[in-house]
Design a binder for this molecule. Sequence first.
Ligand SMILES: Cc1ncc(COP(=O)(O)O)c(C=O)c1O
Length: 294
Amino acid sequence: MEATVNVNGVVTDGDQAVVSVFDHGFLYGDGVYETVRTYNRQPFLLDRHLARLRASADRLALDVPPTDADLETRMRDTMRRVNPGGEVTLRILITRGVGELTYDPAACARPTVVIIARPHSGIPDTMLRDGISVVVASVLRNHPRSVDPSIKSNNLLNNVLAMQEAIRQGAYEAILLNHRGELAECSQSNLFAVRDGVVLTPPLDAGLLEGVTRNFLFEVGADIGVAVNEAVLREVDLERVDELFITSTTREVIPVVRVGDRPIGAGRPGPIASRLLTRFRALADTLTRTSVTS
Ligand SMILES: Cc1ncc(COP(=O)(O)O)c(C=O)c1O
């Protein structure tokens, strides 16, 4: 795996990077993370990602000692030699750190700060042309009073189990329902539907990660005169939508043409997802040319 890794300020090739087995991130999934990608080799919407990283860490009462400027410098140091001339995906992880085998956070003297920089592999054009299939997972999204999905934590078994179901059925993503049976989000992306020209996405109250791309899409929609609104959606609504698509930092906007064995709309990628993606990419390009962060 081609990667350059920064562990507590020390940059090495990926296969030389070391974190202790006594790190509570490894032992308990006690930590938070962000995935950021570059356009024009500039981290995109970095201020939003770092704000969410700190908000997630706060929910775990986890310190993030480096300043945002320091984190950005570490990211730039780490990505310098990765995929020259091309784009980079960065994963920033903050874990509780190394300590005794106890859940007591006081056992860990300082958090571990890891940055993984890898070449960004974009979405294949075939996926945009043909769309993807997803399934509705049998596993439910974590209840917000359990491991709250709004925390972007390293504790990802809920997502892993849902994605295993998708993989077993030959699908690209898994939709998760919440405890009320509403659509929440996917294992690694947010979900959007289009009905009568209006774009709808589950509200935060459905229990989901407030995606940076999801939030940006409200702005992209406004920019091209497409209404993007929050709405409670259920599985039965999928029979009445014209388009369905997913969003995430690394996947941008990908059209969904099938859920399980049911085709969505006309069974091929729709025009609104395509218009949103085109404008999204244009804005990402402009924003990363005109400023270092968003
Ligand atoms: C569960 C989940 N929902 C949504 C997203 C999309 O978030 P973002 O747009 O910030 O990448 C992700 C991204 O990894 C995710 O893991």
